[in-house]
Ligand binder design. Sequence first.
Ligand SMILES: Nc1ncnc2c1ncn2[C@@H]1O[C@H](COP(=O)(O)OP(=O)(O)OP(=O)(O)O)[C@@H](O)[C@H]1O
Length: 762
Amino acid sequence: MQFNFDEENSICRTVEGLKMDSTATGISRAKSLDLPPTVPQSLSPTTSAETMLIADVNGGPSLSRKSSFGKKLVGSSPGKKGGGGHHLRQTRSGNMKIDSEDLGGGASLSRASSASLGFSFSFTGFTALPEDIVSDISCFSGDEKGADLEAGQTRKRMMSEPTLPIYLKFTDVRYKVILKGITSTREKDILQGITGSARPGELLALMGPSGSGKTSLLSLLGGRITGNIIQGSITYNDEPYTKALKGRIGFVTQDDVLFAHLTVRETLAYAARLRLPKTMSRQQKEERAMNVIYELGLERCQDTVIGGSFVRGVSGGERKRVCIGNEILINPSLLFLDEPTSGLDSTTALRIVQVLHEITQSGKTVVTTIHQPSSRLFHRFDKLILLGKGHLLYFGRASKSMSYFSAIGFSPVITMNPAEFLIDLANGNITDVTIPPELEDRVQSKNSETNTRNRKPSPEDVHEYVVEAYETRVADKRKKKIMKPLPICEDLKATVSSPKRDWGANWWQQYSILFWRGLKERRHDYLSWMRITQVLAIAVILGLLWWHSNSTTPRGLEDQAGLLFFISVFWGFFPVFTAIFTFPQERAMLNKERAVDMYRLSAYFLARTTSDLPLDLFLPVIFLLIVYFMAGLRLSIQHFFLSMLVVFLSIVAAQGLGLAIGASFMDIKKATTLASVTVMTFMLAGGFFVKRVPPFISWLRFMSFNYHSYRLLLKVQYDHMPPSLNIPKLHNGMKEVAAMVAMVFAYRFLAYISLRRMKLAA
Ligand SMILES: Nc1ncnc2c1ncn2[C@@H]1O[C@H](COP(=O)(O)OP(=O)(O)OP(=O)(O)O)[C@@H](O)[C@H]1O
């Protein structure tokens, strides 16, 4: 069978001032003289006016409508002759090139033209579009009020912002993981030679059965997995991945990692303040967050908390849109999404894909994995990659996938959702599907070899056949095309490959934003009656048990020392076990935010450890007020405050230990196991239960904060009394204070180092 899968046709068309040259390849660059005064020159590489034009002509139904949009924009942004190469064209002359290599269905032209023309105003995309352009968009769109299907309301049309166009290419990508067993180590192939591309203005879907490698491929393309287990090439405007790209890539993970107690508006506002460039004021950043809320149709739930397992919040679709909003805030050039529609009903899923479609219209490149889309959803994709067991089964226009599989002999015999058909095929399931004669012949010859009768093609036979069909008939041709260098200017490449990393806020701003965000997120914990009642109940019980205790008799003194020891143990254990959860609980969020360089780890660490202090110091005050006076401890303001200070010091030191254990394991089970052994040891070494500790283990007590706080409490209460057998005599207590202050810092330093060493999860 002669298969001809050449989707490219040369089309040369002139559409109202856009002269299209089918002989040239897809990317042009031009200079616009007509810059809005708001464009920050410092942010724009080279002249800020340089433009890259990417046209992908396919003659879809929206061509004439969208090209008139393009014409209007060109009119408002006349170009001047730009630099180099025969690929470059000028916007003044209105020349736009067509990529004669990658023609197909859909609305790519419109997107490409709007993207490229929008781009002529700013590389950075953080400046508002000039008013005449915005009004052009409104005139063009006609239906600027789109229906919010989920909310049942109308909403503002998504504002298309220009961005730096990034052309994503990947050839022969192979990825394996090393699985370490107890006795042996083996390698597992996850992806085997995947080739594809996505251009600005395109929506590329990665489809395949569960475990086929979609998430792995998406993570590789998004720069989330690095190392020498990866082979092949992944380029962004023909340049390899660099850290500078972090600010241009948005990555929406499969799990919605959001703070449950923050509202939608707070979530996006904090993200905007941390991620948007320093050149924008706080007000501008917050305005931008509001724009995203309107653009994504979230205005109805903007003041609703996100919610989680124990708190009712926004709906699943709204939560997903908040995650997308978190990423589009930064106006990314490339947006990756892992299963953005999983767990959503078909209408909400369609709504999400519509949003993605709108995002591509401003020249962004969008890549998404998708599990089993409805047919309406499937038709929204421009390009498709079908994976099966880590192999590439198809890469090309989504609209041409069915004809490709029909050309290699697989067609549904009943009406079927194309996505269902493709996933079935990728699984090797050919129920209600025609079988290619070549495959039947192969199975027959196998049958005769093994003396079996009427054996149908197994899923393995089908998989093998489909992989082979793609490799022999399409793969090489595609690879050659993708490997052709892009005719783009060096400046644009430099923008992508520049190693410069820019924080959205300075250290103090990051600290303060994270501090207040932490306070807001945990405000419910602060007012948790459970915790307050727990502390109050223990305080009252202690007060009753030691009611008006008497320290003038040896037995009374011994009893009181017992109370002081209990206080030192209680305010040593309690903070350890609450601090243990701090980092493991926020691990996913920390991973997510650090992966995009949202803040410095030191700012986060300090904010996170100080934002809990107000409550941690408020509860012991109430506790001590009750116990101190009920138990009749030394009645003087000075001694009450000194006791309070000792308890504070003990709490802060113990918290440090909890933070260090939590951060070292990042696993609550392991951390609590180690913590219980440690605090038990510290308690026993505290000097109350055993007084004559063997010298070879007596050093342990110096590491115990219980030991130091107990001695200090004794000193505060009894330093006016003659030394007794039960009460150790302290000189001035400075040694104990110094030891505890050292613990406060040393444990925290250990926690910080452990966090630094934590590997960012893919
Ligand atoms: N780090 C890893 N260690 C071991 N196996 C891995 C690792 N990463 C991926 N895999 C395996 O690689 C295969 C592909 O995983 P991946 O998550 O990419 O699939 P997927 O197509 O996204 O699946 P799903 O649709 O279920 O999310 C799976 O079999 C998975 O178990």
